[in-house]
Design a protein around this ligand. Structure first.
Ligand code: MTE
Length: 316
């Protein structure tokens, strides 16, 4: 997605993810080295403050995988979080993300706009764990246990008016904290959006945790989206504002290069990116390329959302 280095996603795994920087959390804790472990764990990424007892949340078995879960040592140091730089190893830089206090503003076409603290929001929802595939537009993929709650619950809390046709989600804007936002090459802040029908789909998931704990910063702490049938860039991180709007939002990537990254961005192996094929994907932590599936394998649940929209650029 980096416009100046379009083939950057082809960096060999051994360069992008040096094994030596990882620590095995379980082994350390198991050895009774609790204090030392927590000091060292800083190297694996700061965590949003976790409410005691929230994690791990019960797993919802309805969301099963056809593949192995990607180990955190791979997914947790191969991230896209442009606010903290264009490297896949944004983990150290993302330590600068300050997640406490964290407030989310709900505005636009709603009964009454309001702001809610992240912890207060957590008290209004029930967390569950779901195993989801994740397919980046750059043709790599992972499968992870997210913890969160359905986006439809957040929509219900917001009480949108009938004129609301889209939900727009925005990342924080703080160039002092996030060095990437000092670059004028990008149309900050990061904005993404869904139709109200997409937001109501069971698969659309608000994420607050991963691997049975609160989200480490590099994954988009403390609150992000997961829309697994779409390319990963739709899954906006570190959300601070949710607006209900009548017009289709202009998203961050559309603002940058609409020919390559559109509003719909549904996964489709048959529709190539202008610069590379989407037919297969490299699975993080393996040397394998596997075939990419239409809607990333979630067609049964989501294909119906696009009936009558065939003239749209649904797969870019
Ligand atoms: N959200 C913000 N705010 N900034 C980003 O750079 N990158 C997107 C998406 N959400 C991004 C973002 C892209 S391109 C992908 S593939 C996923 O986050 C990566 O999620 P992960 O790092 O948790 O794997």
């Amino acid at each position: 997605m980096h416009i100046k280095r379009p083939r950057g996603w082809e960096i060999p795994e051994h360069l992008a993810t040096p094994e030596s920087v990882f620590l095995d959390r379980r082994a350390l804790l198991g050895a009774g080295a609790g204090l030392a472990a927590s000091a060292l764990l800083g190297a694996r990424g700061a965590h949003a403050a976790a409410e005691p007892g929230l994690y791990p949340a019960p797993r919802n078995e309805a969301y099963a995988l056809d593949r192995a879960v990607t180990a955190e040592k791979y997914s947790g140091d191969y991230n896209n979080f442009y606010e903290f730089g264009m490297s896949k190893s944004v983990l150290p830089a993302a330590n600068a993300l300050k997640t406490k206090p964290w407030t989310i503003k709900i505005d636009g076409l709603v009964e009454k706009p309001f702001e809610i603290g992240f912890e207060d929001l957590l008290r209004k929802v029930t967390l569950e764990e779901r195993l989801y595939r994740h397919r980046c537009v750059e043709a790599w993929s992972m499968a992870v246990p997210w913890t969160g709650f359905p986006l439809s619950k957040l929509v219900a809390l917001a009480k949108p008016a009938s004129g609301a046709k889209y939900i727009q989600m925005q990342t924080f804007l703080d160039p002092a904290m996030a060095p990437g936002q000092r670059s004028f090459l990008y149309p900050w802040p990061y904005i993404e959006g869904l139709t109200m029908a997409e937001a109501a789909n069971d698969l659309a998931f608000v994420v607050t945790g991963i691997y049975g704990k609160a989200l480490p910063n590099q994954f988009g702490a403390p609150i992000r989206l997961a829309v697994p049938w779409k390319y990963g860039f739709k899954s906006v991180k570190s959300i601070t504002k949710i607006s209900f709007v009548a017009e289709r939002p202009k998203t961050f990537w559309e603002g940058l290069q609409s020919a390559e990254y559109g509003f719909w961005a549904n996964v489709n192996p048959a529709v190539s990116h202008p610069r590379w094929s989407q037919a297969t994907e490299r699975v993080l932590g393996t040397d394998q390329r596997v075939p990419t599936l239409i809607y990333n394998g979630y067609g049964e649940q989501v294909a119906g959302l696009y009936k009558g929209l065939e003239k749209e650029r649904l797969f870019v």
